[in-house]
Design a protein around this ligand. Structure first.
Ligand code: ZN
Length: 122
């Protein structure tokens, strides 16, 4: 466990980017779950609702597109974009970082889709 003071500069950026990069394949998995749930009449699951919201926004959601985007997800330090918006929708939504507190580690929050990602290593 490092102190928050130690996590500054390039090291912190690298941790953030590594943490976000790990999320892209998980968001692809959510797309697959969501598509399967919808196909099987389970429209109420969180993954199915994420797919439904994307469709309502006018985007076609397919496994192939999501997989391509997950592979192509490349957040830039200082301009990190939301893995979920990207994989589901192909949209680059900026993430906002929420500082660590006593109770919880730092996280990255998307104000568009509501995703929240822990960005510290555990
Ligand atoms: Zn998002």
């Amino acid at each position: 466990m490092t102190t928050p003071e130690a996590e500054t500069g390039p090291a912190l950026e690298e941790l953030r980017l590594a943490a976000l990069l790990r999320q892209a394949p998980l968001e692809f998995a959510r797309v697959v779950y969501g598509l399967n749930d919808r196909a099987n009449g389970r429209a109420g699951t969180m993954a199915a609702e994420d797919v439904a919201r994307t469709v309502r926004q006018g985007s076609l959601v397919t496994r192939e597109r999501a997989e391509q985007r997950a592979r192509g997800y490349l957040p830039l330090a200082g301009h990190e974009h939301c893995p979920r918006c990207w994989v589901f929708n192909g949209v680059k939504t900026p993430l906002h970082f929420r500082d660590a507190t006593e109770e919880r580690p730092e996280s990255a929050v998307c104000k568009v889709c509501g995703a929240e990602y822990a960005t510290a290593l555990d």
